[in-house]
Design a protein around this ligand. Sequence first.
Ligand SMILES: Cc1ncc(COP(=O)(O)O)c(C=O)c1O
Length: 435
Amino acid sequence: MYDETVVAARFWHPFSDMRHDAEIVLDRAAGCRVWDAGGREYIDATAGLWFCNVGHGRAELADAAAAQMRRLAAYHTYGALANRPVLDLADRLASLLPIPDAAIFFTQSGSDAVDTAAKLARRYWQAAGSPERRFIVAREHAYHGMNGFGTSLAGIPANRDGYGRLIEDVVVVPHDDASALAALLDARSPEIAAFIGEPMIGAGGVHPPRDGYWQEVERLCRAHDVLLVADEVVTGFGRVGTWFGAERVGCTPDIVAGAKGVTSGYVPLGFVACGPRIREPFWRGDAGLWRHGYTYSGHATACAVALANVDILEREGLIDRAAALEPAFAQIVGDLGEHPAVREVRSFGLAAAVELRTDVLDGDPTALERLVATIRDEGVLTRAIVGNALQISPPLVIERDELVSVRDRIASALERVFGPGHVAATRSRDEAEAL
Ligand SMILES: Cc1ncc(COP(=O)(O)O)c(C=O)c1O
């Protein structure tokens, strides 16, 4: 028998404890501000779920969607069919991607993009006459979405647990240790198809890469002829101050998976890009056609919005803006490390994790969620991410005084939940604004 009072609601929230008592219904948003249905204002400290790079409420994106919907909202792109926005977006992305002469395969989301990238890597090796190269190497703390491959590649054990066998041809290595990868490749490279990683680990706790890590990974992949897949779902489109994270960390991937910032989340869209080597056996025909694709691969309206979004990123110089803001962001958010309940603050580009000390959470498993709720009560939307941390990854248009406000309100919530600290006193608003 089930308890009717527990199962009364209709909407099943993703990744959520359905025992929460009250929903916060969001109603409208503009720039870095969001209002709930009761009219309460919040600063968006996470750009939704790392996606709203150009900020909320851009009429230009709504207009692009409306114009495309009136003309041709959507049609499939299987076989010979295409539409103007998908062709233009493929060209535009190819000009921005860190892969020379890239071609783009469109998906519906980041999870689809990861599954597409993993299938492409394995299918490529079949076509290239090395079907034994089936394993994909992923990293501890990695988040690669929630489809079958992405779940199997998770470096966050809790995300992988509870399903029985999924894809077992996966090896997980430490996230920042190229020598562990070297040892693995020395021992097993003939069965390894690809290495996948986020240039900066995001949802797994914002772990910036060690200096030189990605160059060493690329060197190892080349030496062992293992494909290098960059999951740029979070790091693409300016989050780390470059168009793609691979540029920032100094490597050239064979395959890129992207989503989120490509449309700033105004409509769902993902993609996979690869260079000539990967696509050649398929495009030449000797590998047969690749029986893969989605109903909405190349969705005309989604692609039109993506084009308008890339226009805004370019026209307003938002990638350079993110790079220019990074030192001030790191310093302002870094001030939160002064509170005794905070273990450390890690940041890279305009992404940060404020990690709490485990001993302050010991015996109080609800403290982190209470902190998130208290921060919301202070007027800031953030969320808990893996490793007892708060996510801070605002829209790239955030102003310095808004960042200072985010810091001050989080500091005040830390005091309300864990007792006094000294965060607000470490740097005055004027000093922070002068950064
Ligand atoms: C690095 C990375 N890859 C893939 C995904 C999955 O994207 P989506 O939720 O759009 O399926 C995410 C989502 O947060 C992500 O952070």
